[in-house]
Design a binder for this molecule. Structure first.
Ligand SMILES: Nc1ncnc2c1ncn2[C@@H]1O[C@H](COP(=O)(O)OP(=O)(O)OP(=O)(O)O)[C@@H](O)[C@H]1O
Ligand SMILES: [Mg+2]
Length: 176
């Protein structure tokens, strides 16, 4: 089964427009996908930047490259919490997949319960050298307040921080 929700399956590197403002992010993501087999330390990506800049698009483009060969899960963080609440044994899946994408980290203020589950996932994957891609539109200095101190410290310390710059692609047509 495709790990991506239907509306996100079409996001690829080919239809991602590259400019000066997002070239570094594009290159970090293509290189991550290309070198995935050689990642030994579990270092993933933390894609950050303003809303509509293309963070989810890039994360999906990586998934589309890797999904045939590797086990991949893509999840919207609030939905993940709800899923684990209803089916606690699904936690295993998120710990074990080769690549996990946690989209929209810190979108809502999580409960202590949810933050503890998040910590278990982040910590468990790091201990097994399994990379994770995080996306967030929060300022990295704010992340600690959104997801907890230890969670933020682990995420910031163990992933490549990649700024996705550029316009809000959702509203760009409004200004032209
Ligand atoms: N460089 C780009 N080239 C083409 N389309 C883009 C590009 N960047 C973003 N888009 C498109 O703009 C829309 C919004 O992008 P996306 O969902 O990736 O934003 P986001 O950074 O994840 O925003 P949010 O923080 O609100 O989740 C999507 O339809 C995406 O395909
Ligand atoms: Mg997004």
């Amino acid at each position: 089964m495709d790990p991506l929700p239907v509306a996100l399956r079409g996001h690829s590197f080919v239809n991602f427009k590259v400019g000066e403002y997002n070239r570094d992010a594009y290159e970090a993501c293509t290189s991550f996908a290309k070198n995935f087999a050689r990642i030994k330390d579990g270092k993933g990506l933390l894609l950050f930047g303003k809303s509509g800049a293309g963070k989810t698009h890039l994360a999906c483009a990586v998934v589309n490259v890797l999904k045939e060969k590797y086990s991949v899960a893509f999840t919207y963080v609030p939905a993940l919490m709800e899923e684990i609440r209803v089916r606690p044994n699904w936690l295993e899946k998120y710990l074990n997949v080769d690549l996990l994408v946690l989209d929209d980290l810190g979108t809502q203020r999580e409960s202590d319960w949810a933050l503890e589950k998040l910590l278990i996932i982040i910590d468990g994957r790091l201990n097994n050298y399994k990379p994770t891609i995080f996306t967030t539109n929060y300022d990295l200095l704010d992340l600690e307040h959104r997801v907890g101190m230890r969670q933020a410290s682990m995420i910031l310390g163990n992933n490549h921080q990649v700024l996705v710059g550029g316009p809000d692609w959702r509203t760009i047509h409004l200004s032209s």
